[in-house]
Design a protein around this ligand. Structure first.
Ligand SMILES: *[C@@H]1O[C@H](CO)[C@@H](O)[C@H](O)[C@H]1NC(C)=O
Ligand SMILES: *[C@@H]1O[C@H](CO)[C@@H](O)[C@H](O)[C@H]1NC(C)=O
Ligand SMILES: *[C@@H]1O[C@H](CO)[C@@H](O)[C@H](O)[C@H]1NC(C)=O
Ligand SMILES: *[C@@H]1O[C@H](CO)[C@@H](O)[C@H](O)[C@H]1NC(C)=O
Length: 284
């Protein structure tokens, strides 16, 4: 309770300093049942299901100019927030979301809603709801030429099930290329990657996120990666610059399902496990 109050006070303070309270706090407090879990229950159900993998790329953006703020949601390149419930498949959610965004960006269309469940059930390199690696999943999708089908063809159950055949599916997205990055020491380079390639997969330490009610997290966050999310934008205009992060704990958690993390200082380990999807084929 003590840390909870402290976090709120700090966040309130930060946002007052940042000067934009309205934009950074939900208009009504979020109501997710996550806020009612004990720390042990929270960790057991929501964390420790993700491990970052070895990098395969330097992940340098060829761009050098950055706008002061950018939000890929405004282009329609980000799908609605999902809810992984007690399935430890955060890795599959973050991978699927980033494939959706890459397809949307390539064709300047609204993000397709693809099947997370297919990846949970079918990726032989990972353990479904028991956890996984985003990088091995992207590698599997690329090398097996596996079509990620629409969610409507392979619905989300939030449990590990038998892999269903999608051989007859004609629509979906193929991952052609991806990058798994080394930890970014200079966060400007991370922003440049986000601006060039669109939303990114990121590993984070979410151990305090059961207390997050809004505002920009900048303190009380470790760097032992135990969760995977998607970075969809950033804002450098205020006193506290921040990343806009999409989570998969439902839209009644955080800021309509999103959380803001301070840019600089590797907040919550955000720089340590970045993947981008750099090319896709979208069969419609
Ligand atoms: C959380 O706990 C409070 C107080 O016990 C209760 O009023 C509320 O309904 C609970 N919320 C959820 C989502 O379980
Ligand atoms: C993308 O689509 C939007 C809405 O249809 C349009 O306004 C915009 O100009 C398009 N952007 C590009 C780069 O084609
Ligand atoms: C689907 O395709 C895979 C790989 O090409 C093949 O091994 C499998 O037998 C096919 N399944 C069905 C039901 O056709
Ligand atoms: C971080 O990277 C940016 C862009 O590559 C560069 O302009 C800046 O000088 C770097 N900052 C530091 C502290 O190295």
């Amino acid at each position: 309770m003590r840390t909870f109050l402290l976090l709120i006070i700090f966040q309130f303070f930060e946002v007052i300093v940042g000067g934009d309270r309205k934009a950074l706090f939900p208009s009504t407090p979020p109501t997710s049942h996550i806020y009612n879990l004990s720390k042990e229950e929270f960790i057991e159900r929501y964390l420790s299901s993700y491990k970052p993998s070895a990098p395969n790329s330097q992940c340098q953006s060829t761009l050098s100019h950055l706008p002061q703020k950018w939000d890929w949601r405004e282009k329609g390149y980000v799908s609605p927030v999902r809810n992984q419930k007690s399935c430890g498949g955060c890795w599959a959610f973050a991978v699927t979301e980033t494939i959706e965004s890459a397809a949307a960006k390539k064709f300047n269309a609204s993000a397709p809603v693809l099947s997370v469940q297919q990846i949970i059930d079918c990726d032989p390199t990972n353990k479904g709801c028991k956890g996984g690696y985003t990088c091995t999943s992207l590698k599997w999708l690329t090398t097996s030429n596996k079509l990620v089908v629409p969610q409507s063809d392979y619905p989300l159950t939030d449990e590990t099930e038998k892999c269903l055949s999608t051989n007859s599916s004609k629509s979906g997205v193929l991952v052609e290329n991806f990058q798994c990055c080394q930890a970014f020491k200079n966060e400007t380079n991370l922003l440049l990657l986000l601006y060039k390639y669109g939303p990114l997969v990121a590993g984070v330490d979410a151990s305090t996120w059961n207390e997050y009610m809004g505002g920009i997290i900048q303190y009380h966050c470790g760097t032992s990666i135990n969760h995977a999310v998607q970075i969809v934008g950033y804002d450098l205009t205020g006193d506290v610059p921040y990343y806009i992060i999409k989570n998969s704990w439902g839209d009644d958690w955080g800021h309509n399902g999103y959380v803001y993390l301070r840019i600089g200082g590797n907040t919550c380990g955000i720089t340590q496990g970045i993947n981008s999807v750099t090319d896709v084929r979208w069969l419609k």
